[in-house]
Design a protein around this ligand. Sequence first.
Ligand SMILES: [Zn+2]
Length: 73
Amino acid sequence: MAENTVLKYVQCPSCHGCDVRRSYPKGLIDRVMIRSGKSPLRCRGCEYRFYRKLAPNERLGRPDLSEEKDPVL
Ligand SMILES: [Zn+2]
């Protein structure tokens, strides 16, 4: 069993930023995409909307809000 639990942040395919959040599904296309395993995502940096199948080790969010890097005081 290879335990490869390196967390990765999902990158926007347009601007390669990591400020990506889950987008609320709207309409039929989103439902179809979700059924095929892809979540609708939105980049906060450039407003680009895309679909992506999230791997178990992938996380959404900003790198500067990472829980690992900044211990709570
Ligand atoms: Zn972007």
